[in-house]
Design a protein around this ligand. Structure first.
Ligand code: ATP
Length: 241
């Protein structure tokens, strides 16, 4: 047991550096997610949040540093091998629009044992009744909010230990944001850990801890109440006086 009450470190990022071509974006990022923990990553546009999430997933190469997941060094693993280990990524553009809702969910579940796939899909339809009704519809025919739900259902389908999400609220109405938070809260109670890059303060309801990323470096990490006690952070991230 850790002193903070969490059982175990699930994801450990140490001294991570990465960028594009000659441009360095991440400058030695340290971050950890414990099992069952929800982390919200805050940062201005261009701070490097997407770059960090992609480097964690192996979608871009780490220049230096290390990423461990479940105690294993995954820094050089292919993305699909990371997914098999239980870490999935949901980008802003969630779900394959040219496929049906059901096909998306089955893709998400592809690494589960065959015998579990149907049951998992049905479990997800119970959580997302609107998707159950439209399971044979092409994702391109759905509303933006429903597409986001497909993205979340697809990410959850493989029964991951950690979901890494890039701005799940992007393009969503407040009603759908509330719905996304509701669904994630439900899964979080079932042992799922979350790492969410977000600007929408509604997601802080979910956060056990928060990290801020400033110009590719971690600025602050701590609890939501610690942010509220810090005038500069409150102003920067919540526009609160
Ligand atoms: P946003 O909230 O706007 O998505 P972010 O915090 O996710 O911002 P990144 O998308 O990681 O930030 O971008 C960090 C920096 O890397 C920015 O300066 C951006 O212009 C640059 N960048 C991002 N993607 C690429 C790319 N494919 N090639 C070159 N530079 C890139």
């Amino acid at each position: 047991m850790q002193p903070d009450g969490y059982s175990k470190t699930l994801l450990q990022v140490t001294g991570l550096t990465a960028g594009y071509g000659r441009i360095q974006v991440l400058w030695g990022v340290d971050l950890c997610v414990h099992e069952h923990e929800s982390i919200v990553l805050l940062g201005a546009n261009g701070a490097g949040k997407t770059t960090l999430l992609k480097a964690i997933m192996g979608l871009i190469e780490a220049w230096g540093g290390q990423v461990d997941f479940g105690g294993v060094n995954i820094t050089r693993l292919r993305t699909d091998h990371r997914v098999r280990r239980g870490i999935v990524y949901m980008s802003e553009a969630s779900g394959f629009v040219g496929l049906t809702v059901e096909e998306n969910i089955l893709i998400g579940a592809q690494f589960l044992p065959r015998s579990q796939i149907r049951g998992r899909a049905d479990e997800l339809y119970a959580v997302f009744p609107a998707l159950a009704e439209r399971r044979r519809a092409l994702v391109s025919s759905l509303s933006g909010g429903q597409r986001k739900m497909v993205g979340i259902a697809k990410a959850l389908a493989g029964n991951p230990r950690l979901i890494v999400m890039d701005e799940p609220s992007a393009g969503l109405s407040p009603l759908f944001v509330k719905e996304v938070v509701r669904v994630l809260t439900q899964f979080r109670a079932k042992d799922l850990a979350l790492l969410i890059a977000e600007q929408n303060v509604k997601f802080l309801e979910l956060a056990d801890r928060v990290y801020t990323l400033d110009n590719g470096r971690i600025g602050f990490f701590g609890t939501v109440s610690e942010i509220h006690k810090n005038d500069a952070l409150r102003r920067a991230y919540f526009g609160l006086k």
